[in-house]
Design a protein around this ligand. Structure first.
Ligand SMILES: [Zn+2]
Ligand SMILES: [Zn+2]
Length: 231
């Protein structure tokens, strides 16, 4: 089976099309790590932690992104859905964890201290799931990441209504579009001191992640960190 797949879809770097790799060393080294920001005010913040003055009861505790949404990282996120997705997801998740440990390991340290409390939850049904083959790349990243970190994975959030594509909307409209669009899944019990890694592919205005975080915190989550591939 693998042989057939290899013949049909030869391994190619998502950035430069070099053969035999999904993401070549050159392209990986071209991922730009930007300074991390506070998810509330979007100003610089060490480790991506929410500034103490910006903290809100139902707000995010931090934001960590692998890199800037440009170049090979942007290409890989876009191509995710056409190629042998699980391999690209695996490569991106590996990178995420490597970078995490190397640069600003704040969240990583928090998790290591108390693995039992931390749980990986993906943002559900990403808007562009609607126009591809029913594949949710965010869940896949979440699942791989949870395995790698040895944490539980749970699809705890559900969409409660249809929302327009966020990409077509601007700031305030994005917020309105996504308001009250999520709820906790009925078959999920969050423990009262649950700490959550909330996974999405790209942080744009943060409306979706903030909205999901609010639902999780209103249902008892103690800490919620947004983790995205790009920003
Ligand atoms: Zn390349
Ligand atoms: Zn802030």
């Amino acid at each position: 089976m693998n042989l057939i797949l290899d013949l049909l879809f030869p391994k190619k770097c998502v950035g430069c099309k070099k053969l035999d790799t999904f993401f070549c060393e050159d392209c990986i080294s071209n991922i730009l790590q930007k300074n991390l920001i506070c998810p509330e005010c979007e100003r610089l913040s060490l480790g991506g932690k929410t500034h103490s003055v910006c903290r809100k009861r139902s707000g995010l505790d931090g934001l960590w992104s692998l890199g800037w949404y440009q170049g090979p990282l942007k290409k890989s996120i876009k191509q995710f859905k056409y190629q042998r997705v699980s391999n690209i997801a695996e490569t991106l998740s590996d990178l995420l964890v490597d970078y995490w440990i190397k640069f600003q390991p704040l969240v990583f340290d928090l998790i290591e201290k108390n693995k039992k409390k931390w749980l990986v939850i993906p943002v559900p049904l990403h808007w562009w799931r609607e126009n591809n083959r029913g594949f949710n790349q965010v869940s896949l990243i979440g699942q791989i990441l949870s395995k790698k970190l040895g944490l539980d994975y749970c699809e705890a959030l559900k969409r409660t209504r249809y929302t327009k594509s966020q990409a077509a909307l601007k700031g305030q409209d994005r917020h309105q579009n996504i308001k009250n669009a999520f709820a906790l899944s009925p078959d999920c019990n969050l423990s009262p001191d649950a700490c959550i890694l909330l996974i999405d592919d790209v942080w744009t205005t943060g409306s979706t992640l903030r909205e999901c975080c609010e639902v999780l915190k209103k249902n008892g989550a103690k800490q919620v960190w947004a983790i995205t591939l790009a920003r």
